[in-house]
Design a protein around this ligand. Structure first.
Ligand SMILES: [Cu+2]
Length: 164
């Protein structure tokens, strides 16, 4: 029961508040509930929810209708390894792919949305107007953590979606 409440909170909350309230020490309920890899809980009210983890970008859907799209970028607490393993913050960029380009090649025609500085446990939202085409979702952060440098993009934080 309790877990369910927390899931609800997590899902609905535009997370700043929740994250702040929980701080570092949630002794009570483990917010690190393992939802399993690739399972993304959509954020209420968002047309596109994107989970940002080490090192993957997992959208709730890979096909969207063109027009105004409400985007929620979630950096869940439950993907482990935040100490000296990189991934302290993530970013979500939506860029239109150049014709014929694939994601992971940095072949953007233009950047449509950029949600930055998304800390562990946070959700950031934004709206973007997308015309039909192929788009890349990416995190372009290069981060130094524990003396090591992590290029999130090279680590695998890119994927694609289609707007119809
Ligand atoms: Cu990242």
């Amino acid at each position: 029961m309790r877990l369910r409440t927390w899931v609800g909170l997590l899902t609905v909350a535009v997370a700043g508040t929740v994250a702040a309230a929980c701080g570092g020490g949630d002794d009570d309920v483990d917010m690190d509930m393992d939802m399993g890899d690739g399972m993304v809980a959509p954020v209420a009210g968002a047309d596109l929810t994107v989970n940002l983890t080490n090192w993957a970008i997992s959208p709730t859907t890979r096909e969207l209708q063109s027009g105004t799209i409400k985007v929620a970028a979630v950096h869940p607490r439950d993907h482990g390894g935040h100490e000296s393993e990189g991934g302290v913050i993530h970013q979500l960029v939506i860029g239109k792919l150049k014709p014929g380009a694939k994601h992971g090649q940095s072949q953007f025609e233009g950047l449509e949305l950029n949600l930055t500085d998304i800390k562990v446990g946070e959700t950031k939202t934004g709206e973007v107007e997308l015309e039909p085409g192929e788009y890349e979702l990416a995190c372009l952060l290069v981060e130094t953590d524990g003396g090591k440098t992590y290029d999130h993009y090279k680590e695998g934080m890119h994927t694609s979606i289609t707007v119809k």
